[in-house]
Design a binder for this molecule. Structure first.
Ligand code: MLT
Length: 310
């Protein structure tokens, strides 16, 4: 009997790979280390592909795949998957929606704390310049600051609760929830976006789609408080990067903590040149705990899809 071929396009935890490898009816191709320019020919006879955010399931991907039946997104975001294109070809798209929630939440808190206390700057000065200049590192506290949370789903709601534990005044904005979802948790809710723009710190936790691309642009930044702190551990493009750059350069925005960028890998992004930007390379989902869960759930979904489509 012919085996089902599953191609793993991006890095996933070994436990997921082991699960796929032990199935007698599965042929596993781990292509996670293959340069992206060489990936497409390997997909030609794939039945299932497992992808993360480094592999775009775009028209070139769909063109290259001749018999693929399902794409399993090992993570939550499907913004880099051409869902319409997949539907036209009868390809099922699945994701693993909640396994990385805590990882993304905790990275957001790390960015918030870093922005207030300038960990990277203080670390660099002491380790690389061997300077002990305590006077250079006066930060601010989270306590009593107003945090605006855009998007109150799995991740946003947990960020809000943790921020509350830091004694922040948290206000949530999400046109897709009932206000009681926030207020029942003791979090203030607003349907007026300007209330969010008036906060000391803003963090965004929405998917990337037509409604949220450039949600924060020049006009919104102009309305913000001077010295606002912006965090984005969700998706690139939600903050307009040119407007962000201008705001950071002028000092209107005090700090930005960014895990995600319009174009990734973001090694040439001009935002990297600014001293008041803290960056991480899209590692929101990268904890041992979440990667193990994601890989296992993605592998199970892939095996089920492979067998189900016999
Ligand atoms: C997600 O959407 O869950 C993450 O971006 C996945 C990833 O890290 O590739």
């Amino acid at each position: 009997m012919a085996k089902h071929k599953i191609v793993v396009c991006d890095h996933i935890h070994q436990k997921g790979l082991d699960l796929l490898a032990k199935e007698a009816d599965i042929e596993l191709l781990n292509a996670s280390s293959v340069p992206k320019s060489e990936l497409l020919p390997l997909l030609q006879d794939a039945d299932i592909a497992i992808t993360r955010s480094s592999t775009d399931v775009d028209s070139a991907f769909l063109e290259a795949t001749k018999k693929i039946r399902a794409v399993v997104r090992a993570g939550v975001g499907v913004d880099n998957v051409d869902i319409d294109g997949c539907s036209r070809k009868g390809i099922v798209v699945m994701n693993v929606p909640t396994a990385n929630t805590i990882a993304a939440v905790e990275l957001t808190l790390a960015h918030m704390l870093s922005a207030c206390r300038n960990f990277p700057g203080a670390n660099d000065q002491l380790k690389n310049a061997r300077l002990w200049k305590r006077e250079d590192w006066y930060g601010t506290e989270l306590k009593d600051k107003k945090l605006g949370v855009i998007g109150f789903g799995n991740i946003g709601s947990r960020v809000a609760l943790r921020a509350k534990a830091f004694e922040m005044n948290v206000i949530a904005y999400d046109p897709y929830i009932k206000p009681s979802k926030a207020t029942d948790l003791g979090i203030a809710y607003t349907s007026n976006f300007d209330d969010i723009l008036a906060c000391d710190m803003i963090t965004i936790h929405t998917p990337k789609n037509k409604e949220t691309i450039n949600l924060i642009g020049k006009e919104e930044i102009a309305k913000m408080k001077d010295g606002v702190i912006l965090i984005n551990c969700a998706r690139g493009n939600l903050y307009n990067e040119e407007a962000l750059y201008e705001g950071l350069q002028s000092g209107k925005i005090r700090w930005a903590g960014l895990d995600v960028f319009n174009k990734e890998p973001a090694t040439n992004n001009p935002l990297l040149d600014l001293p008041n930007v803290y960056v991480t390379p899209h590692i929101g989902a990268n904890t041992l705990e979440s990667q193990e869960k994601i890989a296992i759930q993605a592998a199970e979904a892939a095996i089920e899809a492979a067998r189900g489509s016999n």
